[in-house]
Design a protein around this ligand. Structure first.
Ligand SMILES: NC(=O)c1ccc[n+]([C@@H]2O[C@H](COP(=O)([O-])OP(=O)(O)OC[C@H]3O[C@@H](n4cnc5c(N)ncnc54)[C@H](OP(=O)(O)O)[C@@H]3O)[C@@H](O)[C@H]2O)c1
Length: 266
């Protein structure tokens, strides 16, 4: 598959690496355009992809054009590409907060997929929630699906509002989880555990707990009850977390991120 990347930053790089590793696209079939010459040459040298000198050039011959610039650069990018894409080319936007309708009108193009991937895509453990405009045909859907599944799990939704919700949950989510991991390590160090041991123990606890929820399909509360013996140590810890409002705080964090995602659209 021939893929063009407009923007070769963190996410662009993660997607390039994932599609090459999964064999979805060969490096020679990938063109990258980034406003920073340094980024283009870094990706060309490291991944063997083609560095395009401008956005239009990158899109020539591409079956899929990935928009991977920051939201505030998108208007300029779309202006430059307006009317330049062929009807058969698929645009895959990962730009947070920008609705399909705006991308279609900004580019003068109808076949658009909007996806919200997340950073663990860098290690093949990402999740991408995506939707498509009506004009995206089956073949184009399959192309989008194979790019997104190269990064981890992909989930199609027909309601575009779910993309903004996913932005607040899985898009921002890794940052919340990193903060939790960091805090647990700090707590472990605080009571005297050596830092490297604390790091390994916390990481495996987070990975193992997530796997348990996944594999047992039990409700998290049921699993939590299983590790909470009456009058035991876990009950003491949980009481502190509940008193500190952890549950409500996480919900509020998601609501705040969702509201911000919607505000960015106005
Ligand atoms: N990072 C995440 O976890 C994540 C998750 C889901 C979705 N996203 C979305 O993915 C998009 C990219 O995020 P990112 O973290 O990869 O950002 P990033 O690292 O800033 O990458 C964007 C790249 O595009 C370049 N660029 C800016 N204007 C351009 C133009 N006119 N033509 C070509 N390239 C241009 C930027 O150059 P300069 O640095 O010079 O501006 C930068 O190298 C964003 O819209 C974000 O909402 C990100």
């Amino acid at each position: 598959m021939r893929v063009a990347f407009i923007g070769g930053g963190n996410m662009g790089e993660a997607i390039i690496r994932a599609v090459v590793e999964a064999g979805v696209a060969r490096p020679g079939d990938i063109a990258v355009s980034d406003i920073m010459e340094k980024r283009r040459s870094y990706l060309a040298e490291r991944d063997g992809v083609l560095a395009a000198t401008d956005n239009k050039q990158a899109t020539w011959e591409a079956e899929v054009v990935v928009l991977a610039v920051k939201p505030d650069s998108l208007a300029e990018v779309m202006q430059g590409l307006n009317g330049c894409l062929e009807a058969g080319q698929l645009v895959l936007s990962i730009v947070a907060g920008v609705p399909i309708e705006r991308i279609c009108s900004g580019l003068g193009h109808k076949a658009v997929v909007r996806a919200m991937p997340n950073m663990p895509a860098q290690v093949g453990e990402g999740v991408a929630v995506w939707t498509a405009s009506e004009q995206v045909n089956d073949e184009q859907r399959q192309r989008a699906q194979s790019i997104l599944s190269a990064m981890g799990k992909e989930m199609f939704v027909s309601d575009e509002r779910y993309i903004d919700m996913a932005t607040a949950v899985s898009g921002s989510g890794p940052a919340y989880v990193f903060l939790v991991i960091e805090s647990l390590i700090d707590g472990a160090v605080h009571i005297g555990l050596p830092r490297d041991l604390a790091r390994d123990a916390v990481l495996q606890t987070v990975i193992g707990s997530a796997r348990m929820v996944e594999r047992t399909a039990k409700h998290p509360a049921e699993l939590r009850n299983l590790v909470t013996s009456p009058g035991g140590t876990t009950a003491e810890g949980l009481l502190q977390l509940e008193e500190g409002g952890l549950r409500a705080l996480l919900t509020e964090a998601i609501i705040a991120a969702y509201e911000k995602a919607r505000m960015l659209q106005q």
